[in-house]
Design a protein around this ligand. Structure first.
Ligand code: ZN
Ligand code: MN
Length: 474
């Protein structure tokens, strides 16, 4: 029998706010544990929550970037559960009236454009961070109550590749939009993955398994692949897939059963009595919409249409925001987009990966790259020399013009010098000369090589070719 997998993701993203969702405590990653806490985020009786306006704005902007409808009226609910990562014994979240509805992520998977639809985005608060050590569990409440939004996709994906493409696009959009830094190591993007399998042609979805709280994209991919295979095996052998929550053991690359039978009603959701509903006007939404930045897809299109770059270049340059922003900063100083693109995709990416640096740490600044390109375009130096200058500055810093001068890299276009080298090449290589005159046009390349050698690479190739032709044809 043939089977089809269905996958849905619930992705939690920590927003870029200075303070927590319902109190004035600072959000600071890596701070001394339990130093950013107060009666509200520690759940003291009688402490009252106050909404973080910036978080609401970022959640709605995320919604606008993803094509959601912004709910003019949304409200807060309590999700009750007992676990030390939430001192109040409930999480404030949004159950039936979230901030954003619908939306989609369009992305290419293995060369095919796919649109993955969203159910909703709701605002909630983060739980504390638990660390389990030998014989004890440590709780750091610095993270408790920080602003967290949950992006819920529809069960519309069918492979690990779909899920990976969706998550990658989501992360990219959130970064471009200034919503979140989405650093997986800092837990700023974590997903619950729902996987089910059914025979092809069956309408009803199979029992779903939820794999909770994964931050590594590689592990998510492995977990999905493992889970699809496992469920197919269960069905093939005549068994039933149990609806349950499973964990992922990254050492073994396997999922394992954690707990069964958990339904929404187990959380006893009820309206949060301490917070007013959120009402958002059409004017406010219009204002936020006008503040949205250009997204990767839009930039890509502009690079192709307005700057004349190939699709491939536009894709590479916009793959991450830092590279794309850097490219934009070079373009302030030059009009030669293709040259900038070639340098970034070639020398820059090679050297960055060799040295394990980020583009922000490069000693070649956007201004300096523009200068190097100007020197090449003015034919002061060859493209090869330009690459050398780039590498020298990358390693040691320095000024392009000064380096060209110090190292004597300027091209020679001066006729008398070229003429001397050309005459010598012709005089000492009668055979290629003869061949060229007999109609073998390619033989001129040998002579050209001799001149370049004599000039130690500094002769202007175009000028040399012209000079040789003049002498041989004339
Ligand atoms: Zn607090
Ligand atoms: Mn959640």
């Amino acid at each position: 029998m043939k089977y089809e997998a269905t996958i849905g993701l619930e992705t939690h993203i920590m927003q870029k706010t200075n303070t927590k969702m319902f109190c004035a405590c600072k959000y600071e990653y890596g701070a001394e544990p339990n130093t950013h806490v107060c009666p509200v985020c520690l759940g003291y009786p009688g402490a009252l929550p106050v909404m973080n306006e910036k978080a609401i704005e970022l959640c709605c902007k995320a919604g606008l970037l993803l094509g959601c409808e912004i709910n003019p009226y949304s409200k807060w609910d309590r999700k009750n559960y007992f676990y030390p990562d939430m001192a109040k014994n409930y999480q404030i979240t949004q159950a039936d009236q979230p901030l954003c509805l619908g939306g989609q992520v369009a992305v290419e998977v293995d060369g095919e454009m796919k649109t993955f639809t969203l159910e909703r985005i709701h605002q909630e608060e983060n739980a504390a961070k638990n660390t389990h050590v030998a014989g004890a569990s440590l709780v750091d409440y610095n993270r408790a109550g920080t602003a967290l939004m949950e992006i819920v996709s529809n069960p519309c994906m069918h492979s690990a590749a779909d899920a990976l493409a969706y998550l990658t696009a989501l992360k990219q959009i959130m970064e471009y939009g200034g919503i979140s830094d989405c650093n997986p190591e800092k837990g700023q993007i974590r997903s619950d993955v729902n996987v089910s399998v059914r025979p092809v042609g069956q309408e009803k979805l199979g029992s779903k398994v939820e794999i909770k709280n994964m931050n590594s994209f590689a592990f998510i991919q492995q977990a999905i692949e493992y889970e699809i295979d496992r469920q197919i095996e269960v069905l093939e052998s005549g068994g039933k897939v149990v609806q349950e929550t499973r964990g992922f053991d990254s050492d073994r690359g396997e999922t394992f059963s954690q707990r069964t039978k958990e339904n929404a009603h187990d959380y006893r959701y009820f309206p949060e009595p301490d917070l007013m509903p959120v009402k958002i006007s059409a004017e406010q939404i219009g204002q936020w919409r006008s503040e949205l930045p250009e997204l990767p897809v839009q930039r890509r299109e502009r690079y192709v249409k307005e700057l004349g770059l190939p699709e491939y270049d536009a894709g590479v340059l916009t793959a991450d925001m830092a590279t794309s922003d850097w490219f934009e900063r070079v373009m302030v100083h030059t009009r030669n987009a293709k040259a900038v693109s070639n340098f970034i995709m070639g020398e820059m990416m090679r050297l960055l990966s060799e040295h394990g640096l980020s583009i922000a740490e490069s000693k070649v600044t956007p201004e300096k790259l523009a200068e190097i390109i100007a020197l090449i375009d003015a034919k002061t130096i060859s493209t090869g020399a330009g690459k050398q200058v780039f590498e020298i500055i990358f390693n040691e810093g320095g000024d392009p013009k000064q380096i060209v001068e110090e190292k004597g890299m300027a091209q020679v276009s001066d006729d008398s010098a070229l003429e001397g080298w050309a005459d010598e090449a012709i005089a000492s290589n009668p055979k290629p000369v003869e061949e060229y005159k007999a109609g073998n046009a390619a033989s001129i390349n040998f002579l050209m090589g001799q001149v370049m050698k004599a000039s130690r690479g500094k002769a202007n190739p175009g000028a040399v070719m012209q000079m040789l032709k003049q002498k041989l044809d004339g």
